[in-house]
Design a protein. Sequence first.
Length: 284
Amino acid sequence: MERGEEIDLESAKEWNEVQAVIFDWAGTTVDYGCFAPVQAFVEIFRIRGIDISIKEAREPMGLLKLDHIRELLKMTRIRNLWIAKFGKEPDERDLESLYKDFEALLFKLLKENAKPIPGVIELVRRLRQQGIKIGSTTGYTREMINIVKDEAEIWGYQPDTIVASTEVPTGRPAPWMCFKTAMNLQVYPLSKIVKVGDTISDIKEGISAGMWTVAVLKGGSEIGLSEAEINEMDPFELQCRMKTAENRFLNAGADFVIDEIGDLLEIIDRINYRLTEKKDTFIS
């Protein structure tokens, strides 16, 4: 018997197909529009007499939250406002003070912003029907994500594993959370895993890990709108906004960009087709 004949049909099927999906949390699977952290970022600067815009607050989204604040302080406009207000450059003590206030505010907001985004529960159910494992990574600390996790479970969303930024050497865009998730799920090669997120750092994380990357628009931080705002917005204006976000994701290297989370099933089919093509090419 030749080696190929020893592989059963199920093994052959697994060779070709996506085995796991790794989702981000806020803005991807919960917290439509990713508002909990944004509110906290804006507020910690406001109470110090510095007004940052929501757009600025969202720019480093997806990073470990301490790193997120560090990146905000590096922004020219915000740094100049800080110097004008306090007469000096922001330093590590300022960063620590901001982060302490951020944590206190965010812990108050997390529970009320943990509802799964429409389509997530059904998507996960159908992925599991296909034998696909569900992983997740987050810019939240373990203490933060535990609050979100417990609330999301009440609504019916429960991934197979969660890895927080504080549980690896460095957070996004480094690949360590994805690597740890793959180990937890016992899935390899990494080309059989799809990373899904709503921020540029999500995409860079997946690319760094050698995974397929999918960016989601509606519900995410790049669009930055609530479900009601999206439904009420002029269709042409919404399409322009989505196109701008799509281009940002594609320029960052995303393999695919989807309008909403439920569209992932079609993308999985397309990836499976490409994986099959590669195997057929290899064999021939």
